[in-house]
Design a protein around this ligand. Structure first.
Ligand SMILES: [Zn+2]
Length: 313
């Protein structure tokens, strides 16, 4: 059985949970003032831990709107303008002093993401990534002066030297490694519980292509050197600010023995498509959840849906 063919011409060749939003970001508004942002605004709250105000009703969740609570310009982020013509504005608050909208509670994208509608899930990823950058990039990297929020939340300006600083997104690669017989190598990180397995991943280093980063990371972590890599799709991962570039990597031979680095990765095993259901049912192998691109890369390799019961979160 070979991997399923990606759809030619599709923007998203595999189903992904984040980064698929269709809200118009309206970058053209960013050089103007808040006065030009169409209202009445929908205001979404995010706290210092990157958790958002969310309403939950059983398995269904929705981002909670804080009416009339737009805060000062320095706390606001223009996320976009919805189909109804109203702006969606994120607001940075401190949990201790913020009033939650009625019926709402603080929740993380990781915990509540798959219960949100797809558009809201992607909106929350945008809000969490942008808010996280503001929280951790408060001073000018050139001169150390505290910077001010500008561009309706899309950059920061240094009042001392006039330099502008833009939100960071750090590229990382993530790959499912497949051998000549169609087996996939999955690995367990040292910080994960027994039985938790996923694809291999790591940051792209300065001066390195994404493809070479895939080869290097796999060789470093499990001692197997891929002979070919193929880009599949990407997904933002705002914990705190990554863009995951998803690949399928191939290695020559059948089940070449892995040599784990013992530091980051403590266990790696080859799985066949036929093995997976039994191992998952026995909880010997637990896979990453639907929010992650790792889940979708494993699903693409497997060639069918991966039930939630097979996942560890
Ligand atoms: Zn400066």
């Amino acid at each position: 059985m070979s991997a399923p063919a990606d759809q030619p011409g599709a923007i998203d060749p595999i189903p992904l949970a984040l980064g698929q939003g269709t809200v118009d970001r309206r970058a053209d508004l960013r050089t103007g003032s808040w006065d030009a942002v169409p209202g009445p605004w929908r205001v979404l709250l995010v706290d210092e831990q990157g958790e958002a105000a969310v309403r939950r009703d059983g398995d269904v969740a929705a981002l909670a709107e804080a009416q009339g609570a737009a805060g000062s310009p320095g706390e606001r982020l223009l996320l976009g303008v919805g189909d109804d013509g109203r702006a969606i504005v994120g607001r940075l608050v401190d949990r201790g002093s913020a009033a939650l909208p009625d019926g709402a509670a603080w929740a993380s994208l990781r915990s509540v993401g798959m219960r949100l509608p797809a558009d809201q899930r992607s909106l929350l990823a945008e809000l969490v990534a942008l808010a996280g950058w503001h929280r951790t990039h408060t001073h000018c990297p050139r001169c150390g002066t505290p910077t001010r929020v500008a561009g309706l939340g899309w950059w920061r300006t240094c009042p001392a030297d006039g330099s502008d600083h833009y939100p960071r997104t750090d590229p990382a690669v993530i790959a499912v490694l497949v051998d000549d017989a169609g087996n996939a190598l999955l690995a367990r990180q040292a910080v994960w519980p027994q039985g938790a397995f996923s694809t291999l991943a790591g940051f792209v280093e300065p001066g390195e292509s994404a493809e070479r980063a895939v080869v290097r990371e796999i060789a470093e972590e499990v001692g197997v050197t891929p002979t070919a890599v193929r880009y599949v799709a990407s997904q933002p991962w705002p914990f705190p600010g990554s863009l995951m570039l998803g690949f399928e990597a191939h290695v020559a031979g059948v089940r070449p023995p892995p040599r784990v680095d013992g530091v980051e990765i403590v266990e790696a095993r080859w799985l066949s498509r036929a093995d997976l259901p039994g191992l998952a049912a026995a909880r010997e192998v637990r896979l990453p959840g639907r929010l992650s691109i790792a889940h979708q890369l494993v699903r693409r390799w497997y060639g069918g849906d991966i039930p939630d019961q097979w996942c560890r979160w």
